[in-house]
Design a protein around this ligand. Structure first.
Ligand code: BGC
Length: 376
């Protein structure tokens, strides 16, 4: 009997070591990773949260995903709850710079914080940031407009008309998207081949004008109302050839506003996007939205978990498919305003009507999801 008991204990001990795996803490339980996502009104974040959880669990971590409904106070409470539960790492797609206080608490508890997709601004309390090359995302949007309007052949004698939208001024990404797009479009504005209708911040540093084209918290209703106002105001006497829209959610709201205007019933302006949402892929396939930017967020989530794992173990991260922002002259992407963190960048892909299937082929969503959106 004694022998049996000993054997059973031994088995439990061995099993404990085996199951502890890489995600185990020194008490034998699974290391806890908190996942704090900003919102669900832009669809990608639900997918991001689910992918992060999946990859964390595959590494043997215990993980929980929370969504903040674009409210930083809510997110800070969620982060505090993760800390109370003994999280060793927290992956944060923040709402705004109000997150810094919670990140300071995490640092005090020696908890690793990874800024996910969005920089955590005004904080010196974390070291790692994983995102896409956000300047390039904007460049691809600019190139989409360049192609859609055939700008290389446009002249000041027969100019094209555009109006500009930016993302949320609370989100560091919005500035890079805009500056990337304008790096392509500004030369055409300067030559007179492209005329901006409405406010024209040459770069995001023109804060006053940037605020006028920005979309608080990336809310579709805000963009739709602004587009309606433009159509009845600044753009009343011209026909717009293009709208720079920073993401798919806003692009579809802008297209809705245009569709309600008889002038655009037969011919929509070239409207850009980002995120390759299924509804926008369907719109591109149907010839409405002109382009989007595909960011494979499943790869981003996987990379974030690799970073978290390395940070928790104290090893050097190796993130396949990512480049360090500093290695391509984009260290400003990792500049929090208080410190430059190590920023890893993944590569975004441009999607037009002819390659709308790329995200399907990458397993980002199914053909079925596109079909469902087609029916709407
Ligand atoms: C993300 C975009 C997203 C936007 C709104 C940005 O920070 O990079 O992918 O569309 O937030 O949620």
């Amino acid at each position: 009997m004694k022998k049996l008991l000993f054997a059973a204990v031994a088995v439990v001990l061995v099993a404990g070591t085996v199951f502890a795996g890489p995600g185990a803490d020194n008490k034998g339980g699974a290391t806890f990773v908190g996942i704090a996502m900003p919102e669900t009104h832009v669809l990608r974040w639900t997918k991001d949260g689910a992918s992060l959880k999946k990859f964390a669990e595959a590494k043997g971590f215990r993980a929980q995903d929370q969504y903040a409904n674009a409210d930083q106070n809510v997110q800070n409470t969620q982060i505090q709850n993760f800390l109370t539960q003994g999280a060793k790492a927290i992956i944060i797609g923040c709402v705004n710079d109000g997150v810094a206080a919670a990140v300071a608490d995490a640092a005090r508890d020696k908890v690793t914080v990874i800024a996910y997709d969005r920089i955590i601004p005004n904080s010196a309390d974390y070291d790692y940031y994983i995102t896409f090359n956000n300047f390039k995302v904007g460049q691809l949007q600019g190139q989409g407009i360049e192609r859609g309007l055939n700008l290389t052949s446009a002249t000041a004698a027969a100019p094209k008309y555009i109006t500009l939208f930016a993302g949320s001024p609370t989100d560091g990404n919005a500035f890079f998207f805009y500056d990337g797009a304008m790096s392509v479009l500004n030369p055409y504005v300067e030559s007179g081949a492209l005329i901006v209708v409405g406010p024209y911040p040459k770069t995001s540093k023109d804060t006053a004008n940037f605020q006028r084209i920005a979309t608080e918290n990336w809310q579709a209703a805000v963009a739709k109302t602004r587009m309606e106002n433009l159509l009845n105001g600044d753009a009343k006497d011209v026909t717009l050839d293009a709208v720079l829209a920073p993401n798919d959610t806003l692009a579809r709201a802008i297209i809705e506003a245009c569709k309600a205007d008889a002038k655009y019933a037969g011919k929509l302006p070239v409207v850009t996007g980002q995120d390759a949402e299924a509804a926008s892929a369907a719109s591109i396939k149907n010839g409405e939205q002109y382009m989007t930017v595909f960011k494979d967020t499943s790869k981003l989530a996987e990379a974030a978990i690799l970073l978290a794992e390395a940070a928790v173990k104290g090893t050097t991260p190796n993130i396949p498919g990512a480049v360090l922002a500093s290695s391509i002259g984009l260290e400003s992407i990792g500049d929090t305003g208080k410190k430059v963190v190590r920023a890893y960048l993944l590569d975004p892909v441009i999607i037009y009507r002819e390659n709308w299937k790329d995200p399907v082929n990458a397993g980002f969503y199914t053909q079925e999801e596109i079909n469902q959106n087609n029916l709407k």
